[in-house]
Ligand binder design. Sequence first.
Ligand code: 8YV
Length: 313
Amino acid sequence: SSTRHTVLLIAPVLDSLLEKLSNSFEVFRLYEQAEPLAWLNQHGSAVRAVVTRGDVGVSNAVLEHLPDVGLIAIFGVGTDGVDLNYTRQHNIAVTITSGVLTNDVADMALGLILSGARNLVAGDKFVRQGQWITQAPPLGTQVSNKRIGIVGMGNIGRAIAKRAAAFDMAVSYFSRSAKPALPYVCRDNLISLAQESDFLVVAASGGEETRGLIDDSVLAAMPKHAWLINIARGSLVDEKALITALQNRSIAGAALDVFEDEPQVPAELIALENVVLQPHVGSATHETRQKMRDVVYANVDAFFKQQTLPNAI
Ligand code: 8YV
C-alpha cells in the first residue's frame, strides 16, 4: 500500500533478502530500471532507505536524488563504495554486516594459500584429464612453518592470523595502527613486510586511502618464491604491476578473490598458470549469506521503527 516505507535496492542481493524486505516495505530495484536517472527524478524523493552491497556501494550522484534518505544498509562490510563524508554531512546512517562474515573470508584466504601453493586447481585438472595415468604430478610448495605477512589487521586479518598460527606459520602484519595486544610481529613498513613474507595476504579496507597500496615496489620486494593473496578489494593491488610481476616470475604466483574491475578479469591474468582466480566469494556461504540478510533486514527494520541501529558504523 502507499503507506509502506520505501526502500531502494541499488544492486541484486540474496533473493531471500529481497523477499523479506518486500514483505514489509515498498522495494524498488534501481538496477532494473531502464532509465535509472528518469526513475530517480520521478521517485527519488519517496526513498527513505537504501540497500546495497559492499562491493557495489552507492554513488553521490544517486544519493543527490534522494533528499529524504536516512539509511544506507550495506550487505557486506566494505564501506569503500560509499562516500562517508557525504553521508555524515547529510545525516545518512550507514550500517554493515559486521561480525558475521569474518570467518568465511579468513577461511577463503587459507583456501587460496593452499590452492596456490599445493596446486589444488592444477591437480584436479591433472586427474580429470588423465595425466595421472602416465605422468608424475608436479610438486607444490610447503605452507606449514612458512612466513605469512598480513596487510590489514582488522577482524578479518586477525582471523587469518589465527588460522595461520595453527599451521605453525610465523605471522607478521602491517596495519594503520599497531595492535600491541596481538602476539604477532608488527611492521611499520610494507616493503619490510613484503621482503619477509612467503605469503603476503591483503586483508585491509578498500577506498582511496589504500588504493594501489600493493604497487610495483611492494611486488619487487617480495621473494621470488612468494605468493600474493587478495581477499579484500581489487583496488588495493596495482593489477597491471601484478600481471608484470607474474609474467616475469618475479613472484611465484597470486591467488585472488577480488579484482579492480569486477566481474571483468584481465585476459593476462586468465592466461597465467601461476594464478588462482575466484569470483569474489569470500563471504558466499549459505550460512553467512543468511546471517548477512538478517543483519541488513534488522537494520532497515530498526531504522523505520526509529530504534537504535544495531550495526551502524
Ligand atoms: C560483498 C564484500 O558485499 O563484505 C564485503 O564488503 O565485498 C562482500 O561481502 C558481497 O559480494 C555481496 O554480494
